[in-house]
Design a protein. Sequence first.
Length: 273
Amino acid sequence: MVYRSNPVFSPRPWGDPWLNSLFGVNTDPPIGEVWLLSGLKDHESNFLDLEGKAVDLTEVTEATGLDLPRFPLLIKLISTTDWLSVQVHPDDELAVKLEGEPWGKNEGWYFLSDGVVALGSVNAEELRNALEAGNLERIMKKINVSKGDFLYLPAGTLHALGPGTKLIEIQQTSDLTYRVFDWGRPRPLHIEKALLAVKPVTAQPQKAGRIVSTPYFSIEMPTGNSVDIEGFAVVINGDYSTYVVPQRERFTFDSPWMVIRLGRWWFERFGQK
């Protein structure tokens, strides 16, 4: 049994009408994020089997073969026309402590276009001083990225995504984002929590090879006209249609574009059923 995920559309003030056109959806403001696969509460994808029958999210989560409180990965297609907020995400330990969540938010960006990001490797004191002085730019470095680059963002990394950038975002299923600056938009900031979450970690874009591995997920870009997928995986086709292959299943895809599998952290933390 293979499941297809129907996307969830998220309009944003920095959204891109290109996404509306791509999916034939009218929204105001335009779509900024297409959640290709989501198990997040109140934002869950709808799932169908290949015969068009509805499938419950619980069944899809069980398809991982792990004893999980929710589906583990959240996968987004993002396109920007402006800077996103400067933000930081909590790690697994802090998310449990502060928010009662099962895990934090480690994520990775696979770039579909050239673009720009801003990154800061700072501790809490450096971030507080920069915020009080009103010069965040002093502690953040703007970096140009190229189509085909991959950027892994461990929880604790201060970051912002720039305009004119398209990417696939793969992350732990979490909506924990602590904003410290939002370019004058009337959204709340989360300074004190951000100070607890921020870490002096180094993140650097790199040219993605055929396989990219992180502790939380791996990405494979298959080659060939027909590919057999065996065991739990999320498969994204060139039209961004997204499928889940369960742990004990095998399915042949015609020219799949991206295959995403769980990293070792999930097996160490939750174990197989």
